[in-house]
Ligand binder design. Sequence first.
Ligand code: AMP
Length: 304
Amino acid sequence: MSLLIVGSIGIDDVKTPLESHKDLLGGSASYAAVAASFFTPVRLVGVVGEDFPQAYHQLFARCGIDVKGLQIEKGKTFRWSGEYLWDLNQRKTLLTALGVFEHFKPSLPAPYPDTPFALLGNIAPALQAHVLSQMEKPRFVMADTMDLWIQIAKPELLDLLRKVDAICMNDSEARELTGKTSLIKAGHALLSYGPKYVIIKKGEHGCLLFGEGRFFTAPAYPLEDIHDPTGAGDTFAGSLMGYLAKANDVNFDILRKAVVYGSVMASYNVEAFSLGRLQTLKPSEIEDRYNAFKIISHFDDIDF
Ligand code: AMP
């Protein structure tokens, strides 16, 4: 089953206390699409400028990503630059240059409107809604977001939440949007805004899943070597949706597995800058880490 992904596609400069790299492939849709392509055919919707490197077009092609929905406009590709502190959960945005992204009006070419699964990646909620309005009866739609939209487009975001099946956001965003300090209360508040399922990402502390009156918590894989946390959330969301599209069904138990696959893929993504690790990743490594997840999160009820 195919998966439609819309979001930002950009060129990033990323600095950590130990390394810095320039002109990297970035953007929410780039990470999500490449990650999802391990599980299911992907249809990409986004915009780049004429300066977008051929090597990155080729990377999408190597992953088998359908780019009929990728607009190439006159002008410069979206650019973002960020710097991480020693605590890699903390980062400063140094530059956001919208370029062609400023006037992005996503439109779905045939046959994209009939795509059964969709991930509305991080872009303005009004644009996410615009994509959704062009789709014919999608089976399952999940939206991702970021703090910026909670601050400058809250009514549009709340409107979108009434129309999607699931929302995925990180812990600080969930607290900010709902005004609840407890993540459990925030999860329930988000459910009351409309979606059937809520996923709250907690960075290196894993994630929470709410829905069908049930609750699940998954750890993050305990990594020793983190090089670049950029795009971990997008990799998580893309893989989760890719897994659901592959399963061609959605219920709480399938979602439990999907969030673990999302965590596995995010844990690989942070091992190298940009999409470096996803490009060398083998399907057998995904299964190895999935099995390791089962072991680290399992416990027996021992009598003594
Ligand atoms: P994440 O680490 O999940 O927040 O995602 C990082 C990616 O988001 C980077 O590759 C950036 O290019 C992209 N990004 C940063 N700011 C924005 C923005 N305002 N809108 C859309 N994408 C963005």
